[in-house]
Design a protein around this ligand. Structure first.
Ligand code: PMP
Length: 357
């Protein structure tokens, strides 16, 4: 608290990211990073970009990255917006596209940054409860009883549940709300879902946001992007150009372009994570955990006889970190990032020991 703070700062409830401990030798399964490194071509490109042209500002329009992403997704470069992590892309979207007189709708259990951005930008919002099985019900997102959303946002797969809404259902929500922007946050879609990006030509109200932090294993580089209709992208550019001309540095731009161009590495590294996830789900189920179906690089699981906070604490004593949310409806779950096969074996063995005590 300080008398020097603005009224806005007094009213903020900031987002709390998962811990990034400084210790080595941890099995770190708490922030959904990819267990294998980025494409070697991305690393080479970053090294090559480390030269004396760093004295110059980067391209404010990130043309090379937009072109690479447009080629990859069959769009025009002007349908792509890039930012410093998808969090920044989302932040600009809250300001540019999701703030209206009518409330923004999002699930009661979802990415906890959404209410934070609502607080920062003064976006009226309304949460919509997920079903008892933690699925998102399409009907709840269609205009009803004369009520209509100002805009809609949800992650697909949802976080932290990992549950996927089939693409046909996503399309029903987009088609059913022609007067509202529908933002689909596909941070985890490459681990088992069909992206809605191919629908952006058909629906001028659809914005799809992706990140390089998960499936491209570049969380440290901070790159995210949005794909959508030209008018939506223009709205985002207007906010970005009123905030920071150069959100992506030269190293980030070089690494991101090379990552997008290495499709084989990308596909292969996602496949490995999916295979490990399926093994892990089987092993945890055998230990008595109830595991929600996951299309992400994490799983959401609870043990009917053990308190989740205590399980998380017992794992921590064994240098294994997972995420536990003290939130109604999900406080008996653990969110566990899919690590390497070896990390997941260490986790399963530790849980076996803990459950035996
Ligand atoms: N969306 C969701 C659903 C996430 O879980 C995350 C990661 N915390 C993000 C967006 C942001 O990712 P980044 O800023 O690293 O791109």
């Amino acid at each position: 608290m300080s008398r020097f703070w603005s009224a806005v700062v007094h009213g903020l409830t900031p987002y709390v990211p998962g811990e990034q401990p400084k210790l080595d030798q941890l099995v770190k399964l708490n922030t959904n990073e990819h267990p294998y490194g980025p494409s070697p071509r991305a690393l080479e490109a970053i090294h090559a970009a480390t030269n004396d042209t760093l004295r110059l500002y980067p391209d404010p329009n990130a043309d090379a990255l937009k072109a690479a992403l447009a080629r990859r997704h069959g769009l025009q470069p002007a349908q792509i917006f890039v930012g410093n992590g998808s969090d920044e892309v989302l932040a600009h979207a809250f300001m540019a596209l999701l703030k209206h007189g009518q409330p923004l709708w999002f699930p009661d259990i979802t990415y906890s940054f959404y209410p934070v951005y609502c607080g920062l930008y003064g976006v009226p919002h309304q949460t919509i409860p997920l079903a008892d099985d933690y699925t998102l019900r399409t009907e709840d997102y269609l205009p009803r009883d004369g009520q209509q959303a100002g805009a809609i946002i949800f992650p697909n797969p949802n976080a932290p549940t990992g549950r996927l809404l089939p693409l046909a259902e996503v399309e029903r929500i987009v088609a059913g709300n022609p007067d509202a922007v529908v933002l689909v946050d596909e941070a985890y879609v490459d681990f088992g879902g069909d992206s809605a990006i191919p629908l952006v030509d058909k629906y001028p109200n659809l914005l799809v946001v992706h990140t390089f932090s998960k499936s491209r294993s570049l969380a440290g580089l901070r790159v995210g992007f949005a794909a959508g209709h030209l008018a939506l992208i223009e709205g985002l550019e207007r906010v970005k150009n009123s905030f920071n001309s150069y959100p992506l540095g030269k190293l980030a731009l070089a690494g991101a372009v090379a990552s997008v161009e290495d499709e084989a590495y990308f596909q292969d590294s996602c496949r490995k994570v999916i295979a490990t996830r399926e093994t892990l789900v089987g092993q945890l189920s055998a230990l008595g955990f109830q595991v929600l179906p996951s299309a992400a690089n994490f799983i959401f699981a609870r043990h009917p006889e053990r308190d989740a906070a205590q399980l998380a604490a017992a794992l921590r004593e064994r240098a294994i970190i997972v995420r536990h949310f003290k939130q109604a409806r999900i406080d008996q779950f653990l969110r566990i990032t899919v690590g390497t096969d070896a990390q997941c074996s260490t986790l399963v063995q530790a849980l076996q020991e803990i459950l035996a005590t």
